[in-house]
Ligand binder design. Structure first.
Ligand code: ZN
Length: 433
């Protein structure tokens, strides 16, 4: 019998591993940060022993969920401007608020609030792009969250940069500080083609290539973005991205709501998409053609975007919205079947962040990022189809346990490293001008 740090067992496991996708009465054995066994309870208990056994009974174990696009500190701007178009929301409300309020303290508290909410909804990896990314990384490290963090860059002034040049050097320092960290993967995030110049995109692509980090940006979020860009630069957004080398490196495009046929022909297999259905709906951006992207064999993960345009980090709400709107816009109920949406929330999210060797499925050798979902609620009964149960019926509040890298961060629906009452008080007392 091999001794392990802990064993977690449950009536059902969805692994996201195509070799063994579903295990009835299954268990996962974990040693250190790694999964060492995923099998039926009988087989695991024959091979492994542990002083710590979580026998969760009628629960569903899945890989931790992967949020491929967020702006964590914007949790403090939740509810500040609503029912507006992206342009008006961003330029008249969000950018001015950020200029007034965005500081290291703002970013740290907002990140703590965001990560707490994400963990409670079963998210174990989050991809962020914002300002003062060093501070965000420190909070992610303290709270034990796996993260891919892109220092945001703008063509001119931003809350943490007087110029693009200053921001670029900040990004270089950020990448060299965090490169190789166990939980935090540094990345580079030129904000969008309407806020970063083409030659600056080229420099970002070069830096991403030289330092082997993920490049990410907001691309074709609104209907008018491409025509405005063409008027200004005489080429389309994807022509600029191709020309500047962005498609030669792993490149995560948030939104990609309005690609045309030539955009879809131009993108390469290096590209993945962070689909943020609730943010797209709230800002009336349009509908991302996820089924078409899948037909082009592109990887699509799910994202919440910032909570100021959502307005929460409820990842199961995102999962359900993604599934339902795709069926409606394609007028095809077979679009985004329940098992595919489960994959988008787990393994495809990991692929989009270039983390598929580490996370995204419950498999021996991968990191122990695991969540447990209680099936006690009447909305889980009866258990006819476990993928349909996960995609269409599960709520964030059903998540009872969350492990990241083998660390228990949520136990019986309570955060283990954060006092929620104290956090609420600190958020309440933080003044937003
Ligand atoms: Zn965004």
């Amino acid at each position: 019998m091999r001794k392990v740090d802990f064993i977690v067992s449950a009536d059902a496991i969805l692994t996201a591993n195509s070799q063994q996708p579903f295990i009835e009465k299954g268990a996962v054995a974990v040693q250190g940060s790694k999964i060492v066994g995923v099998e039926t309870q009988g087989k695991i208990l024959q091979q492994y022993e542990s002083k710590k056994i979580f026998s969760l009974g009628d629960s569903l174990l899945t890989p931790g969920l992967i949020n491929t696009h967020a702006h964590l500190p914007m949790s403090l701007l939740r509810g500040i401007a609503n029912d507006l178009s992206l342009d008006e929301w961003l330029t008249k409300h969000i950018f001015p608020k950020e200029r007034q309020n965005c500081s290291k303290e703002f970013v740290r508290l907002g990140t703590e609030l965001a990560l707490s909410e994400l963990l409670l909804s079963g998210v174990t990896t989050v991809c962020d792009m914002y300002f003062f990314e060093d501070d965000i990384a420190e909070v992610c490290e303290e709270m034990g969250m796996r993260s891919v963090l892109g220092q945001s860059l703008f063509s001119g002034e931003a809350p943490d940069q007087a110029s693009f040049e200053e921001g670029f050097h900040r990004a270089e320092r950020f990448i060299s500080r965090w490169k190789g960290h166990e939980l935090v993967s540094p990345a580079l995030a030129p904000h969008a083609p309407y806020s970063v110049d083409p030659d600056q995109f080229r420099r970002c692509a070069e830096l991403a290539k030289d330092s082997s980090v993920l490049l990410m940006s907001h691309i074709l979020e609104t209907k008018t973005e491409d025509s405005h860009f063409q008027k200004r630069y005489g080429m389309s957004v994807t022509e600029m991205l191709e020309d500047s080398g962005c498609f030669e490196v792993p490149f995560l495009m948030a939104h990609f709501v309005w690609p045309n046929d030539s955009d879809l022909k131009r993108v390469t297999k290096n590209v993945a998409i962070a689909h943020c259905p609730q943010s797209n709906l709230k800002l009336a951006d349009g509908f991302c053609p996820v089924q078409r992207l899948h037909d082009c064999e592109l990887t699509v993960g799910l994202g919440t975007d910032g909570p100021a345009s959502n307005n929460d980090f409820d990842f199961f709400a995102e999962i359900q919205t993604a599934a339902l709107i795709q069926k409606a816009i394609t007028e095809n109920p077979e679009s985004l079947k329940a098992n595919k949406v489960f994959e988008m929330a787990t393994l495809d999210g990991a692929k989009a962040l270039a983390l598929q060797d580490k996370v995204g499925s419950l498999q021996v050798g991968k990191c122990a990022d695991i969540i447990a979902i209680s099936r006690d609620g009447l909305h889980h009964w009866p258990h006819h189809d476990v993928y349909a149960e996960f995609t269409y019926a599960t709520k964030a509040s059903d998540v009872t346990h969350v492990w990241v890298n083998g660390e228990l961060l949520v136990e019986n629906k309570k955060l283990t490293r954060v006092d929620q009452k104290d956090l609420r008080t600190r958020v309440k007392n933080f003044s937003i001008r």
